[in-house]
Write a protein that binds this ligand. Sequence first.
Ligand code: NAP
Ligand code: GCO
Length: 266
Amino acid sequence: MKSMFSLAGKNAWITGAAYGIGFAIAKAYVEAGARMIVFNVRSEEAVQKALASYHEAGITNVKGYVCDVTDEVAVKALVEKIHEEVGQIDILVNNAGIIKRIPMHEMAREEFQQVIDIDLVAPYIVSAAVLPEMMERREGKIINICSMMSELGRETVSAYAAAKGGLKMLTRNICSEYGEYNIQCNGIGPGYIATPQTAPLRERQPDGSRHPFDSFICAKTPAGRWLNPEELGGPAVFLASHASDAVNGHILYVDGGILAYIGKQP
Ligand code: NAP
Ligand code: GCO
């Protein structure tokens, strides 16, 4: 049973994994025996800063590349470079993502489009670039980092919710179209995770009080707390390993129970 969860000998490409959830998933993959971790961000400076973080965490089987996931030409070139410098891509985690918290009627089209491009179009671009080798090998794991907003909406995150809702269905469609090649495509739907992306929602108020959204999320989460990125590691290893070979098109919500809970009475 233990070997079913092993990633021994596997190469994993985690997009945007310079820090946050992607970085935590990379650490978990290394602990599960992964051969190499590949990540990409948008600048050489960010690559070098991330490599320093990986090395500080004791991870040396890692390579970082400059590549914007929305740039189809750059993504295809990076796939070839990974093949040359690392080897085959066994596991793809479409993690890179942004959010813009703006009331929809005030949001510029370009802002809406940027969120859609990074959070939905890019997972299509990257997956389409990696699928051919997985089809040829008749084996592969694709994991899309979805969200609570794949299921729920809230004020100011219209583009993000539209993208993450679309990513849920893209996950199901990749499952449907490529399952016959022994490729499993699943999603992880994190709850509210303490990363730079959500830092603005946890900042102390000028008077030193908690951010209202911080209190709100703790009331909506049965455990009464924000989750840590490291808590996504186990589910991510499961979906990347042979333990999940019969799981396909599934969105695994790692939300501490938010979706099951009406919320604590104020
Ligand atoms: P984060 O801390 O903001 O990190 C996002 C990462 O993606 C960064 O390394 C960022 O690099 C990279 N990135 C952004 N746009 C990119 C692009 N166009 N090309 C390449 N890399 C790009 O976010 P996070 O909280 O770890 O979230 C990671 C994923 O989980 C996202 O898809 C997010 O939507 C999702 N998620 C987060 C939460 C949460 O509560 N934190 C919950 C559910 C889902 P740069 O330095 O270049 O920006
Ligand atoms: C927000 C948060 C959420 C989280 C995550 C929840 O503004 O509501 O940023 O969107 O990032 O997606 O699952």
